[in-house]
Design a binder for this molecule. Structure first.
Ligand SMILES: Nc1nc2c(ncn2[C@@H]2O[C@H](COP(=O)(O)OP(=O)(O)OP(=O)(O)O)[C@@H](O)[C@H]2O)c(=O)[nH]1
Ligand SMILES: [Mg+2]
Length: 366
């Protein structure tokens, strides 16, 4: 069982509310992994300690309270620099505590939930890319620890050289295997467009209700859960549009989350390929989320990173059944509940409208 100390370092200017919400998300991630948060620590500083991320006093406190909490991993709510990870692990070695950053935790969740071979490969690639800089830094760290050059740093250097080479070779192997899947996806897409299917992709922050909407709109019954990253693969269902009496294909995929570096997003390219090639994007938003603005920005940014900023898009505000406050509705957006199915007819109308040829720019024939 994972017993975690959750630690965050925030700036003095960050509001209490924002600090608590950051911590809640980290605790949710820990719960999603199946772990227990035994300590939640928020430290205010001008900036994280460059050596150990957390201040000296905090590290000391973790060491001292160990007998009480018996935590076995420290999870830091940021991306650690390789040197910081190394120094923290050194400092916590006496109590054998592991150190993870936010990305390590997310990768562990992915790993636990992944079922398909393709998802597993993508996680492997993300892991390699997250590990890379740490290994590159290790040689330098070891060298410095031994008192700089000229001492017996040689074997350490040699080892890290071998590790770097190994990592590069692993990355190549994984990339090649993933290429085969990308080829398959491309083939499937070709068949669909030959059969004249338009494609619509559900995207959004994790836990927004994408899978629930896929289930409500199609006959599929996929796993939806109050967990982050319940879905890691692409799922596709058929959606009938009464307006135009046509069917389109609706795809669901992995949710987005803040703080994912672009290299990691890129590792999921092939899972995201349905979204990348979709005719229309449905951006699903949890209307009850107090942070919907921030989360919408996170999604927009990731869409931009995968080259989708200009794609036709509908914003779909979900969970209306659970919404207590008033909402000012915009005509171009959809307001729905996957639970009560309210708003789904209107959503389908909006989809038909966006997909019908006269609503887009028709290229002139030469
Ligand atoms: N009240 C309410 N809850 C909803 C609605 N739609 C989804 N939920 C809940 O929101 C949580 C997340 O739903 P999912 O459909 O798994 O969300 P997702 O976006 O696919 O999440 P990931 O795959 O984990 O990224 C679940 O607990 C659902 O029961 C809705 O219309 N109303
Ligand atoms: Mg899902």
């Amino acid at each position: 069982m994972l017993r975690a100390v959750l630690a965050d370092v925030i700036h003095f200017a960050t509001s209490k509310r924002e600090a608590e919400d950051r911590m809640t998300e980290l605790a949710d991630l820990t719960r999603t992994y199946g772990g227990l948060a035994v300590v939640k620590s928020i430290q205010r500083r001008a900036k994280p300690d460059y050596r150990t991320f957390l201040g000296k006093g905090k590290v000391q406190e973790i060491l001292e309270t160990f007998p009480e909490h018996k935590a076995n991993v420290l999870v830091v709510n940021e991306i650690l620099k390789p040197g910081q990870l190394f120094n923290l692990e050194e400092a916590l070695r006496p109590i054998k505590m592991k150190v993870w950053d936010r990305i390590d935790l997310i990768l562990h969740i992915f790993d636990k939930h992944a079922t398909s071979a393709e998802a597993k490969l993508q996680i492997e690639l993300a892991r390699i890319r997250h590990m890379g800089p740490r290994i590159y830094n290790l040689g330098a760290q070891l060298g410095r620890q031994r008192g700089g050059t000229g001492t017996r740093g040689g074997s350490g250097e040699g080892n890290t050289e071998a590790m770097k080479r190994h990592l590069r070779e692993q990355e190549q192997r994984v990339l090649e295997k993933l290429k085969a899947y990308e080829g398959q996806h491309a083939e499937q897409r070709k068949n669909r467009s030959r059969n004249d299917f338009k494609t619509v992709a559900l995207v959004g922050y994790t836990n927004a209700g994408k899978t629930s909407l896929l289930n409500a709109l199609t006959k599929r019954k996929e796993y939806a859960a109050d967990k982050l990253f319940a879905t890691l693969d692409t799922r596709i269902g058929e959606l009938y549009l009464p307006e135009t009496r046509t069917s389109v294909l609706l795809s669901d995929t992995i949710g987005f989350i803040q703080g994912l570096p672009p290299e990691l997003v890129q590792a999921f390219r092939s899972t995201l390929s349905e979204a990348i090639h979709a005719d229309l994007i449905l951006h699903v938003i949890d209307a009850t989320d107090p942070h919907l603005e921030l989360k919408m920005q996170v999604v927009e940014k990731i869409l931009e990173e995968i080259g989708l900023s200009d794609r036709a898009r509908i914003r779909v505000y979900n969970k209306l059944d659970d919404l207590e406050t008033e909402f000012s509705e915009e005509l171009q957006d959809a307001y729905v509940s996957a639970f009560t199915k309210v708003g789904l007819t209107q959503l389908k109308k909006l989809i038909s409208k966006k997909l019908s040829p006269d609503s887009r720019v028709v290229p002139t024939l030469e």
